[in-house]
Every structure is written in structure tokens, then in C-alpha cells.
Design a protein. Structure first.
Length: 661
């Protein structure tokens, strides 16, 4: 810079002025700032590649907090913070409502009561009003704040409010937030939801450095003020407690950081305690088959040490979750009758059983699990992925679970082929021109597939005129999309009965028991647990069917009346229709096979035999088999043709109004 006068503040709009070296004023300010932090004078001399971590509010504060003294950090009380940014477009707002319901659920307070939302100024906040304020927000932030010594707090609300106030100072804006404290685990923690708008109504952008480091340091500072820094004995006790843990620990992370180019790590430490801790942990890893002694002080670590220990930790968490559920029921099956369902195992078989419990395996990312007592006599832990992908099921509901079928589909190959013949573009007209045998409805299914890919992974691009840009590596992108779907939905969950087993025995409706009794390949029933209960229920259901004249005992064999399932299904349909007719004040029109159906889809109707869709016409209504696609068309006109036990809904581009596919 030539002289200090050029930095004199002047009124009016700042204009680009050239000075030394022909640089603009703003460029020279940035260059001076870069020099002040040890960088080069010109942008070309930067040594740090841009990665976006410093975009947004709090970037500087986060960087300063992360650079504190390492020794002080070692003695500081630890706070774990998990964070997630959630987009609210599409199903995001419904997911946000579900998330608040989950964190406010029963059994989360010290006394086992229902969690209550609170805010900066009130101990009781209306969650619906909070979501209504943010209904038009682009995104929201979700945090879980878990102090290592959270059990020493009688109430976490003051800590949370001070943390949020400190964040407002760091970010330079007021924050609109709600929180719930949970004491249902060994580590009390707080769920915080923050609106994605600042105090000026603009999108709130928080720098990644602040989210990943700055917020944690601020929380740790506050806990230190409340409880004091960790003493030497506290630190030693924590480290000794980690030596025998079968999960990834801070000792393991230190060992991994110290691995040399030859892939070896030394057991030698900074002092006697450190060396004792390291050697003890290495011996534990050796017993787990994850470390091997190379010579007196050098050890080789398993290449996948961190991943293996994480999986072991997750398995331990699952076992503890199962034990809590069994304790609540007052009965725990033998360890041999407990299992973790892994859909990724080659040849994984479907699972049929009754739901014991549904819970959250990852509250921040809305990942759920089911505990299912299956027909094989064992109780299985099943990871079901994102909660929005599986309907809520009451305890006792009977379900069928199978691995989610993922992989590149024939539709993906068709799109790639059509696009290759059309200059890298795909649309319905190009498809029909390429394949004269294809129908418009068939081509439309390919468009739905592309739209789903675009929303989840951004693997394809849609032009304003409705055409799609298909890259040469489209099949690889389709595989990436399927992998992402499998992470969010690792299994398919089919509700075989929304009612518990006991209510099916004398139900005047087509039930799961009936379908199993006449099935050519029924589900095998082990004479234990749910298998034994299902076997007994089938025997009692058989006697009920005989009493109703729907079956006949012929010398130890049971002969079932032809069309029994259809008869039972129609009985329930007519009873339900009669009740709805009184409620709606409209006549019921039964739909026959091959008949055209059109009307307004109003809502689903749950009955013993499954779920029906209520289709309202001008002066009457009908009930038809329900499909998940329909829920996107509530209140809209739909049309289709009755085909046996299902509906062939009209697809394609129509002039007469919306249809579904």
C-alpha cells in the first residue's frame, strides 16, 4: 500500500480505484488481510484450497476457537455435538413435524414422562406455531448437544439457553429455536431445532467451521465454567475406562494418527501413564484380532481398524437397545433367540413376525428400527432407515420384511440407449420414436424414475422444455442413486395385518391367518415365540371358519370353501361402506372387475383386510385397493381401471386432468 491515507473513510458509494500495481481498492484490502494471517499478497499465492468451509456466519469465530491451546483442550470437559441441515422443500416440512413428535415422545424425561419443547424465554413452546413460522424457510438446523458430564446437571435448560445466546453473539443475529432435553440414555442430551432464517428474514447460512468446531468449543467453555476443568484423575479414569471398550475410542484415534509410513505404531508414550494406556489398548486390540505385535514396541494395526470398531460399537448399542425393550416388557428371550437382521447378507431371507417396538436408532438423521418377534421363534432388530419411508405400525402389527431390491434397472438402460440415439437427450417423444412398441404410459414411468434420481442425487438434469440431459455415465449414476436409496430404505416393510394376532381369530374379514391357511407355500412356523402363537391362532381360526360354514373338516384334513377369501373381503367391504355411507350422506357404488373408475381421491380407509382408497364421485363414492402413490393426490381427480385385486391407474399426458402412475 502506498500510504495510509487511502484507507481514510469517505462518504458515498465505494468505487473501484486503482493504485499501486493497478489493483482495485477491494483487492488490495483482501491482499493485506491475507498477508496479516500469513498468506501471500495475491490470490494466486494462496496455499489453502477453497472448500466452502468458511462461507457463512461464524467462520472467523469458529477458526479462532478451533486453534486454542492443545493442552487446555485436553483438560477441557468434552461436549459432543451432532448437526444436520435439513431442506424443507417437498416432504421436508412433513419430516420436520415428525421430528418434533419424535423428540417430544414419552419416556424421555428423568421421570419417564413426555418431553416438552422450550425456548429462549419459555419452558413450554408450541411446536406447531414454531413450524408454521418456518413453513416457507428453505432449511432448518438440527443439533444434538451432549455434554460428557451431562448427568451432573439437574436441568439442562440453562446451559442450552446460554449456548444459544453465545451463538447469537458469534453469528451476529437472533435465532428462532426450540429444544427438548432427553434423559432416557446414559448420556443426557438436548435436541435443538433452529430455523433457517436470520433476524432480517434472510436465509441463515452458518459456516461449516463454526458448526463442526466453534459450536462445540463454545459449549465446552460453558460446561467448564459450570463444573470446572477436568482434573488429572478424571482424565486418567476416562482413559483407563476406554482401554477395554469394544468401540472406537480416543485412544484408537491417537494410535491411528501416529501410524508411520510402514503402517506401524509405537506403544511408547509421552509419559508412564500414556505408555500404559497405549500398551493396554494395543493388547485389547490384539485380542480382538485388530492389532499384531511387530517387535518389542511396534505394532501393526488392521487397515479397517476404525470401521471395524465403529461396527462393533453399533452392535453393542443395538444389544443394549434390545435389552431395554425386553426389560420394559418384563421378559427377555435367551441370547440364542436374539438376532440382528442384515439385509446385505447374500441370500438374506424375508422375515415375517409381529412388531414389538419401533424406535429411533439415530434421532438426528431420523433413522428408525423395528424389533420384530418372528415366526422363526427369534426376536430380530431391523434397521428400517428413514422414518418417512415406513408407515407407523402399532405394537402387535404383523409385518413382512425383506431386503430392498437395489441395482441398475432395465429402465435405466433404456433411457441410456434412447439418449445415446438422440444426442444425449431423453424425453417421451424420443422414447416413442425409438421404440414403436412402447406406450406413452410406459415411457412416463421412465420420466418418474429420472425425476426421482434428480431429487435425491442430482444425477440428471431436466431442461425447461421437459427434456432430460443424460450423461454417458448414466448407468453409474443410476447405481449411485440406488445405493443412496438403499441407505435411506434398507428393507421393504409390508403390513400383513394392522391388528394383533388375537383379533384375527374371529374377525369377519379376510385376514393374514386365512391367507396362510390356504397358501401353497405358507410361512414356516417354529414351535416357539411368535411361531408357536401363530400356530395356535391358525388352529383356532380354522375352527371358526368351520363354524361359519367357510371350511369343512374331512377326517383330519380341512377343506376350504372356494372363494373364501373373496367372500370374507366383500363382507368387510360392505360393512365399511355402510358405515361410510351414513357418515358421508352418499350412496356406495361397488366397483366390478374391468370397470372404469374416476373421481376425487379423499383419503385412505384402514380395515382388517388392508387399506382402501375412498374415491368420491358426484353423488356416490367407491372403495378400491389403496396404493402409496395415491397419497400425493389427496383432493385431486384420479382415474383407472379395476383389475382383479388392484387398480390399473391411467398414466401418461392427459387433457382431462391429473392422473397417477
Amino acid at each position: 500500500m502506498s500510504n495510509e491515507d487511502e484507507f481514510e473513510p469517505r462518504l458515498g458509494r465505494m468505487r473501484a480505484r486503482t493504485g499501486n500495481h493497478g489493483c482495485k481498492y477491494l483487492h488490495r484490502v483482501l491482499a493485506a488481510a491475507n498477508l496479516a494471517r500469513g498468506g501471500s499478497a495475491m490470490p494466486g499465492g494462496r496455499t489453502r484450497r477453497f472448500d466452502g468451509s468458511r462461507i457463512g456466519r461464524g467462520a472467523g469465530i469458529g477458526r479462532v476457537l478451533a486453534s486454542r491451546d492443545r493442552y487446555a483442550a485436553f483438560r477441557q470437559r468434552r461436549v459432543i455435538i451432532k448437526s444436520r441441515i435439513v431442506k424443507l422443500a417437498g416432504k421436508g416440512l412433513a419430516g420436520a413435524r415428525a421430528h418434533l413428535r419424535y423428540i417430544e415422545r414419552d419416556g424421555t424425561t428423568r421421570g419417564g414422562g413426555r418431553g416438552e419443547l422450550y425456548g429462549a424465554d419459555s419452558d413450554k413452546v408450541d411446536g406447531r406455531a414454531f413450524l408454521d413460522r418456518g413453513a416457507q424457510d428453505r432449511h432448518q438446523f438440527r443439533f444434538i448437544v451432549s455434554p460428557e458430564d451431562g448427568a451432573e446437571y439437574e436441568d439442562l435448560k440453562p446451559l442450552t439457553r446460554r449456548l444459544m445466546a453465545r451463538m447469537e453473539e458469534d453469528l451476529g443475529t437472533k435465532l428462532d429455536w426450540v429444544a427438548v432435553d432427553h434423559f432416557n440414555t446414559g448420556h443426557p442430551h438436548t435436541h435443538i431445532v433452529v430455523r433457517g432464517r436470520d433476524d432480517r428474514g434472510k436465509d441463515l447460512i452458518i459456516a461449516r467451521e463454526y458448526i463442526t468446531q466453534g459450536m462445540r468449543e463454545r459449549a465446552a467453555e460453558l460446561v467448564d465454567l459450570d463444573l470446572g476443568p477436568r482434573s488429572t484423575s478424571d482424565i486418567e479414569d476416562r482413559l483407563r475406562g476406554e482401554v477395554d471398550q469394544e468401540r472406537l475410542t480416543s485412544i484408537d484415534r491417537a494410535l491411528l494418527r501416529d501410524v508411520d509410513e510402514a503402517g506401524l505404531v509405537s506403544a511408547a508414550g509421552r509419559d508412564a501413564l500414556d505408555q500404559t494406556i497405549r500398551m493396554g489398548r494395543l493388547r485389547k486390540l490384539e485380542r480382538l484380532g485388530l492389532a499384531q505385535l511387530a517387535n518389542k514396541m511396534l505394532w501393526g494395526l488392521d487397515p479397517d481398524l476404525a470401521g471395524t470398531l465403529r461396527r462393533m460399537g453399533e452392535r453393542g448399542d443395538i444389544i443394549r437397545t434390545m435389552q431395554r425393550a425386553f426389560t420394559a416388557r418384563g421378559h427377555a428371550p435367551a441370547l440364542a433367540d436374539q438376532a440382528i437382521y442384515d439385509p446385505g447378507v447374500p441370500g438374506a431371507r424375508p422375515l415375517v413376525g409381529r412388531v414389538i417396538e419401533r424406535g429411533l436408532s439415530d434421532e438426528l438423521n431420523d433413522r428408525h428400527y423395528l424389533l420384530v418377534e418372528a415366526t422363526d421363534g427369534r426376536t430380530h432388530y431391523v434397521e428400517i432407515g428413514r422414518g418417512e419411508n415406513v408407515d407407523m405400525l402399532a405394537s402387535g402389527a404383523i409385518v413382512r420384511i425383506e431386503p430392498f431390491a437395489s441395482g441398475v434397472r432395465e429402465a435405466d438402460r433404456t433411457v441410456a440407449t434412447v439418449a445415446a440415439a438422440n444426442g444425449g437427450r431423453y424425453d417421451i417423444d424420443a422414447h416413442l420414436s425409438y421404440d414403436a412398441t412402447a406406450t406413452e404410459a410406459f415411457a412416463e414411468t421412465h420420466v418418474h424414475r429420472l425425476e426421482a434420481m434428480r431429487r435425491l442425487t442430482g444425477g440428471v438434469t431436466r431442461e425447461a422444455d421437459g427434456t432430460w440431459i443424460i450423461e454417458p455415465d448414466h448407468l453409474e449414476r443410476a447405481a449411485t442413486y440406488e445405493a443412496a436409496r438403499a441407505r435411506d430404505r434398507p428393507v421393504m416393510v409390508e403390513a400383513l395385518s394392522s391388528q394383533p394376532l388375537g383379533k384375527l381369530i374371529e374377525a369377519d374379514a379376510a385376514t393374514w391367518l386365512d391367507r396362510e391357511l390356504i397358501a401353497a407355500d405358507p410361512v414356516p412356523l417354529r414351535d416357539a415365540g411368535f411361531g408357536a402363537d401363530a400356530r395356535d391362532a391358525q388352529a383356532r381360526r380354522r375352527q371358526w371358519l368351520i363354524a361359519q360354514g367357510l371350511a369343512e373338516d374331512t377326517g383330519g384334513q380341512t377343506a376350504y370353501r372356494a372363494g373364501m377369501i373373496d367372500l370374507l373381503r366383500r363382507r368387510e367391504l360392505l360393512r365399511t361402506a355402510t358405515q361410510l355411507s351414513r357418515e358421508l350422506g352418499m350412496a356406495f357404488a361397488e366397483t366390478m372387475d374391468g370397470e372404469q373408475i374416476s373421481g376425487i381421491y379423499r383419503r385412505p380407509i384402514d380395515i382388517m383386510g388392508g387399506r382402501l382408497a375412498l374415491i368420491e364421485k358426484s353423488r356416490e363414492f367407491t372403495l378400491v385397493p389403496w396404493r402409496p402413490d395415491l397419497d400425493r393426490h389427496v383432493g385431486k381427480s384420479v382415474s383407472g381401471i379395476m383389475r382383479g385385486d388392484g387398480i390399473s391407474w391411467t398414466n401418461g399426458r392427459q387433457r382431462s386432468g391429473p392422473s397417477i402412475s
